[in-house]
Design a protein around this ligand. Structure first.
Ligand SMILES: *Cc1c(COP(=O)(O)O)cnc(C)c1O
Length: 353
């Protein structure tokens, strides 16, 4: 049996249709909702609050835990005994998948893009502690290596499930559709409203799940994805149409709605995405991220990470400074985790002020 939070009574009530999809309790839900008075005052803009999905609690936490509740439910229900997934060397998704696999007594194989560093730091150290098998390949070969591993393990008599990068598929999306019900219930209890939600988006499943759940849960605000590494759809050539980001987010969202028996066909136009914060690329911490990390740490004692949440926070700060929101509105930053990678970036902080 998987580990269970001893007091799950606070779990938000979900519509019955969610129970048709097996899921296991990996996260401490609901995650806290908190104000950010320091940053709000510093920026002199709209009221800011934060949803603490860095505190989901699975080997520290992060946004992948909500998706993994449904992905692991699917794996156990269908008698898979091994998980295969992929990511970057500091992947939060891989770390949380390794922890979920350990709880559910499944074997876990992680395909990591790049070369094994001499010293495992951050999430890489945690992956090893959590007992995952690591496989290093060139970043662009990760999908092919996952398929190959799947066949090799099948030949050995195992039943492996390949979980896509980021856990981003229709099943994973259920986790964030459910999260929208959780948020709406918390806001009702707190007698608050939120006009905008801002968050880091990369493989798109978080965004897709929120989009799928928002209208069903009665959330009427705007979801703003801050793209961490994906370029605007118009820049992706026709022969790589499958790689178009807003389109793929809308496709996952439509798939999640199908699973929820409330079909809705989303299009790329339903996806609000900000592409201005790509910096020097995935996993490269620049001054924008570094400044955001420093600022939040000092205004509110809140840690955001170098790869995702620092970049998304830098985006949020810029949107506020550009008056994209009115000062009467309230803006929620959905913290998706990533603070476990801070130590792996310690060299990049030394010259910062
Ligand atoms: C994976 C990840 C994201 C992006 O979520 P997607 O569902 O892949 O778009 C954001 N923040 C953190 C910390 C992550 O690990």
């Amino acid at each position: 049996m998987q580990n269970v939070w001893i007091d799950p009574s606070d779990r938000p009530a979900l519509p019955d249709v969610f129970t048709e999809h097996p899921h296991i309790p990996l996260a401490a839900l609901p995650t806290p909702l908190a104000t950010l008075p320091g940053l709000t005052q510093h920026l002199g803009g709209p009221e800011l609050i934060v949803k603490r999905d860095d505190m989901t609690g699975l080997a520290t936490g992060g946004n992948k835990t909500r998706k993994l509740e449904f992905l692991l439910g699917h794996a156990l229900h269908n008698d898979f005994d091994t998980l295969i997934t992929a990511g970057g060397p500091q992947s939060n998704h891989c770390r949380q998948t390794a922890a979920a696999a350990a709880q559910a007594k499944l074997e876990c194989h992680l395909v990591l893009g790049g070369e094994a560093p001499e010293k495992p730091l951050g999430n890489l150290l945690l992956d090893e502690l959590l007992g995952a098998h690591l496989h290093w390949v060139a970043s662009e070969s990760r999908h092919a290596r996952m398929q190959q591993l799947c066949e090799e393990l099948q030949d050995q008599g195992r039943r492996p499930l390949v979980i896509p990068i980021g856990g981003s598929n229709a099943i994973g999306g259920l986790g964030y559709a459910a999260a929208m019900f959780e948020l709406v219930q918390q806001l009702e209890r707190a007698e608050r409203t939120v006009d905008h939600i801002v968050f880091a988006t990369s493989s798109g499943g978080t965004h897709a799940g929120m989009l799928a759940g928002a209208a069903l849960a009665g959330f009427t605000g705007t979801l703003h994805g801050i793209s961490i590494d994906q370029v605007p759809d118009a820049q992706v050539p026709n022969d790589q149409r499958d790689m178009r980001f807003a389109a793929s987010v809308s496709k996952i969202a439509s798939g999640t709605r199908e699973l929820l028996r409330q079909p809705y066909h989303f299009s790329g136009d339903d996806v609000v995405m900000h592409y201005e914060y790509l910096g020097d690329g995935y996993g490269v911490m620049g001054s924008a991220e570094r400044n955001a990390i420093h600022l939040l740490a000092r205004t509110d004692g809140l840690l955001v990470g170098p790869v995702y949440t620092g970049r998304a926070m830098a985006g949020l700060i810029d949107l506020i400074e550009r008056d994209v929101f009115s000062s009467k509105e309230s803006v929620l930053f959905w913290h998706t985790g990533d603070d476990t990678t801070l130590h792996a970036y310690s060299d990049d902080f030394t010259t910062a002020t």
